[in-house]
Design a protein around this ligand. Structure first.
Ligand code: ATR
Length: 273
């Protein structure tokens, strides 16, 4: 019997994870099954336990279950502890459920290796102070930017997050209204891109600013907005998606797949050009 993996989420119909992992498996000559399972919001634990009982080897976890997965895991990697969220589960032979988080490493690899955006001594503006923002913070600060500013609709959450990551580097917080310009990198880690913040942000866009959206798609709302306001350097999160998947695959299979060909295939599948 082939080793079986799955992605759990809700909704899940548009997930590219089965496609990505089957491409990795082909590339590395491995035989795996990879399922896509829409889990009812109140049945996450039951579904994980049932998958484990059926000898499933591992899971990817997406919205809205990453925090629940963190609580369910019986042991955690350091990066999962830091993110307080789990996007990858590995069922260990001793019965433990290992919770990992590969989002942050996936993000930074995409930024550095595919987009060649280097952060040392740069000024970064991060929009959002929820789970997605938390998952990438330590990776950003590790690159020793001059300053990382978190802007969030609810200022208090930005303040708390900046306090928590203070020991990792130069980090501060602001409301959208108090934003000034002069940033080199703008990252969108909000879950919904809505008009309230667009007005305050328009003035910080310049042709030298690199805009990165953690969401992926040929045209994301955030990147369309950035383009309309004069941004010419930008990336969506498709590379991050493939890189985080590659790190999960490595955790499960011990083999590191090539990501560039798979990013290209994903873009083709989503009609990027
Ligand atoms: P995720 O795991 O995707 O990060 P989350 O933890 O719920 O989801 O965080 C959502 C983020 O998007 C938060 O920073 C949230 O701002 P608040 O802390 O003020 O709620 C932000 N967000 C969601 N809807 C928003 C909107 N309409 N305008 C601005 N920010 C928004």
């Amino acid at each position: 019997m082939k080793d079986t993996y799955a992605v759990f989420g809700n909704p899940i119909s548009h997930s590219l994870s089965p496609f990505i992992h089957q491409e990795f498996a082909k590339q590395t000559n491995q035989e795996i099954d990879y399922l896509k399972i829409e889990v009812p919001p109140d049945q996450f634990t039951e579904h994980v336990q049932a998958f484990k009982k059926a000898h499933g080897k591992g899971l990817n976890i997406t919205a809205p279950f990453k925090q629940q997965a963190f609580e369910l895991a019986t042991i955690h990697t350091d990066r999962a502890k830091q993110a307080r969220a789990v996007n990858t589960i590995k069922f260990l032979s001793n019965g433990e459920i290992l919770g990992d988080n590969t989002d942050g490493i996936g993000f930074i690899r995409d930024l550095l290796e595919h987009h060649h955006v280097y952060l040392k001594d740069q000024k970064i503006l991060l929009l959002g102070a929820g789970g997605a923002a938390r998952g990438i913070l330590s990776y950003l600060l590790e690159q020793q930017p001059q300053l990382l500013t978190i802007a969030n609709r609810t200022l208090q959450k930005a303040i708390e997050l900046a306090d928590e990551f203070h020991s990792f580097g130069n980090i501060t917080s602001t409301s959208f209204e108090a934003l000034t310009n002069g940033f080199d990198l703008l990252i969108n880690a909000t879950s919904t891109w809505l008009s309230q913040v667009q007005f305050s942000l328009a003035s910080i866009i310049s042709s030298s600013l690199f805009c990165y959206d953690l969401k992926y798609g040929k045209e994301t709302q955030f990147l369309n907005w950035a383009k309309a306001h004069g941004s010419i350097k930008m990336a969506d999160g498709i590379g991050m998606l493939v890189e985080q998947a590659a790190e999960s695959f490595f955790l499960w299979r011990g083999v590191r797949p090539q990501t560039i060909p798979v990013i290209k295939l994903c873009k083709k599948k989503l009609h990027y050009s």
